[in-house]
Design a protein around this ligand. Structure first.
Ligand SMILES: Cc1cc2nc3c(=O)[nH]c(=O)nc-3n(C[C@H](O)[C@H](O)[C@H](O)COP(=O)(O)OP(=O)(O)OC[C@H]3O[C@@H](n4cnc5c(N)ncnc54)[C@H](O)[C@@H]3O)c2cc1C
Length: 384
């Protein structure tokens, strides 16, 4: 345990902040509103090795871990540019392929993820399964030349901007439990039989969401990643990083909101003194600062456990839960502090509300985290 400033991490933080600072929240909003994918920002981050900082060095990445990738995401969000694609491409897909891919698969896909030149989307959610991933009905059936995929996924982020995606499928049923046996496949987004439609959402983000239809999509045998029917372990090794990165993004939004609120409260005068001298303004901001810092600590713990190869599930869930509530409270209080200006585009606060609200639902909802903690931390009966 060491809470002294880490020179390496401080350097990484300021380098990322320097790059993202050249773009800023106005760029993020413009890209999100115009349907852009923040390509310039992603390319600049990739150029400096930040996008693939967690990808093993022998495959073109930075050779560091989730701690460093979380730091990159936090700094992006703290500069007003929260990037969902970092949760998906390097965090989920990069982690799963690095840990479970064959040497050939790593050589083929990791270099693109390591430099950021290629993005990989991730598809698990289905209309009829929802949070219950055991019920997914996208099926992969073996045939002479590989596998044939059939089914529907929805709310899949960034497919228009990705070369490939990691798709969770069912390849059998466990006769003992009746649950689906899951397998992971890498599918090129332009494979015949795969169609998509954008889902309109009330969210300012530089990633779009899609419904995907897999209508007899054929992939070769070399596209199966990890054990056939045994994707649960690899999945959790990918979903914990997604939770850690979600928490980091939220912590960045919390910092961003509090920095803006403190600056505004320090100079705005209504009764002859700065509004920040009223405890009605100062105390909720101070409380939000405490909650954001607590969430950051839990996020660092989760990332540290993940990088150490230990069980990071509980800490990742707790970090995501705490960060989502802390960021929502910080942003809400920052908006309140700005009075009417809190709603103005110019002040760049309400533009982050959709993103902050989203991350209480996705990638795993508050309720499913509370279910996890009730069952695994407190030992209560499983409730569903
Ligand atoms: C903008 C956006 C981007 C997304 N990106 C991706 C992506 O890239 N890839 C991907 O695969 N998915 C993605 N998702 C999907 C997201 O992960 C899911 O929406 C989320 O996991 C919740 O699942 P659901 O929407 O099916 O909700 P449901 O499972 O239908 O849940 C609805 C409500 O019921 C509650 N609930 C469900 N079960 C229980 C229970 N047992 N106990 C208590 N409460 C319960 C939930 O907490 C929730 O409040 C995205 C979603 C959005 C909105």
């Amino acid at each position: 345990m060491d809470f002294l400033p880490d020179e390496d991490h401080d350097l990484l933080r300021s380098a990322v902040a320097g790059v993202v600072g050249r773009f800023g929240h106005a760029y993020f909003v413009e890209q999100a509103r115009s349907g852009g994918n923040a390509k310039e920002l992603w390319a600049a981050l990739g150029e400096h090795g930040f996008v693939g900082v967690n990808i093993p060095a022998e495959y073109g990445g930075g050779g560091r871990g989730m701690t460093e990738l979380a730091l990159v995401e936090e700094e992006c969000a703290a500069a007003g540019c929260p990037l969902l694609m970092l949760l998906v491409s390097p965090a989920i897909c990069g982690s799963v392929i690095a840990r479970y891919g064959s040497t050939e698969q790593k050589e083929r896909w990791l270099p693109g993820l390591g430099t950021g030149a290629e993005k990989m989307a991730f598809a698990i959610t289905e209309p009829d399964a929802g949070s219950n991933s055991h019920r997914i009905s996208t099926v992969a059936t073996p045939h002479a030349d590989g596998w044939r995929l059939r089914g529907t996924k929805y709310y899949i982020s960034g497919v228009d901007d990705a070369a490939r995606m990691l798709v969770v499928t069912r390849t059998g049923i466990d006769q003992r439990t009746g649950r689906g046996e899951l397998s992971l496949f890498v599918v090129d987004v332009d494979t015949p039989g795969l169609t998509r439609a954008q889902i309109p959402v009330e969210l300012l983000a530089t990633e779009k969401q899609f419904t995907l239809w897999f209508d007899d999509v054929d992939v070769g045998p070399d596209r199966l990643v990890g054990p056939l029917g045994g994707a649960l372990r690899p999945l959790f090794d990918g979903l914990n990083p997604e939770r850690i990165l979600s928490a980091a993004l939220l912590n960045g939004i919390g910092r961003y909101a509090l920095a803006r609120a403190a600056a505004y409260a320090g100079q705005r005068e209504v009764w002859g003194v700065p509004i920040g001298s009223h405890q009605g303004i100062a105390h909720p901001l101070a409380q939000a600062a405490i909650d954001v810092e607590l969430a950051r600590l839990m996020t660092q713990k989760a990332a540290w456990l993940y990088d150490a190869g230990a069980d990071a599930a509980e800490a990742s869930n707790m970090a995501k839960f705490a960060a989502a509530d802390a960021a929502a409270a910080a942003l809400d209080q920052a908006i309140q502090t700005h009075g009417g200006n809190g709603m103005a585009t110019e002040y760049g606060l309400s533009t982050l509300w959709g993103m902050t609200r989203l991350l209480r639902i996705a990638p795993v909802s508050r309720e499913m985290i509370l279910n996890f903690v009730a069952q695994h931390t407190l030992g209560l009966p499983r409730s569903y």
